[in-house]
Design a protein around this ligand. Structure first.
Ligand SMILES: [Zn+2]
Length: 285
């Protein structure tokens, strides 16, 4: 039962609004849930975290983490951790990254707040530091709100490498492909929307599912390199957030720009841990 850990009033409010499986909440839905459960916005966000946590896939740690990214538009985006069976731990996606990537896919230009049940790890603090340049953001924990600048003092960030735009507001690529395949064009759209100021390796992934849905991912790079979020990680995270599984994938496409680094081999290896469907590749220049 996906919402078994939620308290009864919130569970009832979600059921009545038919939101018990939702991973994205509009401002109107947030307001209605707050009124139905007599909670202020921050208390509601913290109470909703179990809904995100239930979407985690943690076969190694069995430690499920949920997070919510509150976009500048007021929409809420759930995220959960994703561990890849059989691959080293550095292939893991953290809940905060999943939530931020989720917001990116919905076109958010900035993140106002990250909500999480325990203090974010250093890796996630570094990932968040790529947002909203040069302004910071709020990390909401059960003990209250914290400025990211206080959680990550003396930070190394994009400005140290001459990057002034935020991860979600940097300019889009203008690459085109002479092809009409909708799945390929979906991956191209994500490649153009990706953020790769350090390598130039714009990249996007699109996964077609047997129910007609398409899960997308885009590359989100980081000044510290290692916390970068790969397009395949994000697409698989979207699959899990939507209640899907690898067996539903019918086609998989990666579009990436020729650059000193490349996604394909790692992306194909990661995908192979979830499905035998091969990863198709198209290069852009
Ligand atoms: Zn983390």
């Amino acid at each position: 039962m996906a919402i078994a850990l939620l308290d009864a009033p919130l569970q009832q409010a979600l059921s009545e609004a038919n939101l018990q499986s939702s991973a994205t909440f509009t401002p109107a839905q947030v307001e209605a849930l707050g009124q139905a459960t007599a909670r202020d916005i921050d208390a509601l966000a913290l109470a909703l975290l179990p809904l995100a946590r239930q979407k985690a896939s943690a076969p190694v740690s069995h430690f499920q983490v949920g997070a919510i990214a509150v976009g500048g538009s007021g929409h809420w985006y759930l995220g959960a951790n994703l561990e890849v069976p059989g691959l080293p731990l550095n292939h893991s996606l953290h809940a905060e990254q999943a939530a931020i990537g989720h917001a990116a896919l919905w076109g958010e230009q900035s993140i106002a707040k990250i909500v999480v049940s325990a203090s974010p790890c250093g890796h996630c603090r570094q990932f968040m530091n790529e947002l909203n340049q040069p302004d910071s953001l709020t990390v909401l924990l059960p003990d209250g709100g914290h400025d990211l600048g206080d959680l990550l003092p003396h930070a190394f960030g994009p400005a140290d490498l001459g990057i002034r735009e935020g991860m979600l507001s940097a300019g889009a690529g203008q690459f085109t492909l002479n092809d009409e395949d909708p799945l390929l064009l979906a991956a191209l759209t994500e490649a153009n929307a990706s953020y790769a100021p350090y390598s130039g390796n714009r990249a996007g992934v699109a996964l077609a599912l047997d129910d007609g849905r398409v899960c997308r991912g885009r590359y989100l790079e980081n000044a510290a390199f290692n916390p970068s979020l790969s397009p395949m990680q994000l697409a698989l995270s979207q699959l899990m957030l939507g209640g899907g599984h690898g067996g539903q994938i019918t086609r998989a496409v990666l579009v990436e720009r020729q650059a000193p680094i490349q996604q394909y081999e790692t992306a194909a290896q990661t995908l192979s841990r979830f499905t035998a469907i091969p990863l198709a590749k198209m290069m852009i220049k």
